[in-house]
Design a protein around this ligand. Structure first.
Ligand SMILES: C[S@@+](CC[C@H](N)C(=O)[O-])C[C@H]1O[C@@H](n2cnc3c(N)ncnc32)[C@H](O)[C@@H]1O
Length: 232
């Protein structure tokens, strides 16, 4: 199936993603994401975002009223899906990335989301904005592990959030770009546990999802990070 694309306005193209439920065919969710025709990171939807959004849609019953923060949101497909499923969402991108923060706002507008906060949060920066955030239940990150230089900063941001809610979970998808890259030693250093979630568990093991083509060969992975429990 071809990707669904809507009308183009200037350099912005509005792309529609429709999530369906094979077990409940009457239920579906369509969101519209403005993408900027620009090769920079954070200007369009990355395949990891579609997979994470599918995870959110699959577990939508768990999202109502939950506090959800998306890191490195870019055009914010997962955060928008979470908000449309009833979560209280904060979208963030680097505090120096004004165009990405503008993309977060534009995605909210395109989906009629007036209660979503957009915040500049740079990974690893223990800023007043990070420290003053209310307790978060779920942290989202799609394709935020793409540069090994940032891996620890992303984890440090999550660890900061654990101080207010030790039970918070980090739901994150990444694309396998090098078999040498690993966060294992960092998980140990920051006392985090990691559970890999097979894509088949949430109907994401497909060549196309929500009208978007995915790269095959298991190149997208989903994991859930939590604070390591004392017993371990
Ligand atoms: C590969 S893009 C992924 C965008 C979006 N999550 C998606 O999957 O479509 C990486 C995102 O991380 C953001 N980013 C990069 N470095 C960052 C940093 N140091 N702090 C916060 N965000 C950062 C970029 O601006 C961009 O939006």
């Amino acid at each position: 199936m071809m990707e669904q694309r809507g009308a183009e306005t200037g350099s912005t193209a509005y792309r529609v993603f429709t999530f369906k439920d094979a077990k409940a065919p009457q239920e579906s969710l369509s969101v519209c994401i403005p993408e900027v025709l620009d090769p920079q990171y954070g200007m369009y939807v990355w395949p990891c975002a579609v997979v994470l959004a599918q995870y959110l849609w699959f577990y939508r019953d768990q999202l109502r009223g939950r506090a959800v923060l998306e890191l490195g949101a870019g055009v914010s497909l997962p955060g928008v899906v979470a908000a449309r499923c009833g979560a209280e969402v904060i979208l963030s991108d680097g505090s120096d990335k004004s165009m990405c923060l503008e993309n977060c706002r534009r995605s909210c507008e395109a989906n009629g989301l007036q209660d979503v906060t957009v915040l500049g949060l740079s990974w690893g920066d223990v800023s007043p904005d990070l420290l003053l955030l209310p307790k978060q239940d779920i942290v989202l990150g799609s394709d935020v592990f793409y540069d090994p230089e940032d891996f620890e900063d992303v984890l440090v941001t999550f660890v900061c959030l654990l101080r207010k809610n030790p039970k918070a979970q980090f739901w994150t998808t990444y694309q396998v770009r090098s078999s040498d890259w690993s966060i294992e030693a960092l998980l140990h250093r920051w006392k985090l546990d990691c559970v890999m979630v097979p894509l088949a568990d949430f109907d994401a093991d497909q060549p196309e999802l929500a009208g978007s083509t995915l790269p095959g060969n298991h190149s997208i992975q989903m994991m859930i990070l939590t604070r390591r429990t004392e017993a371990e």
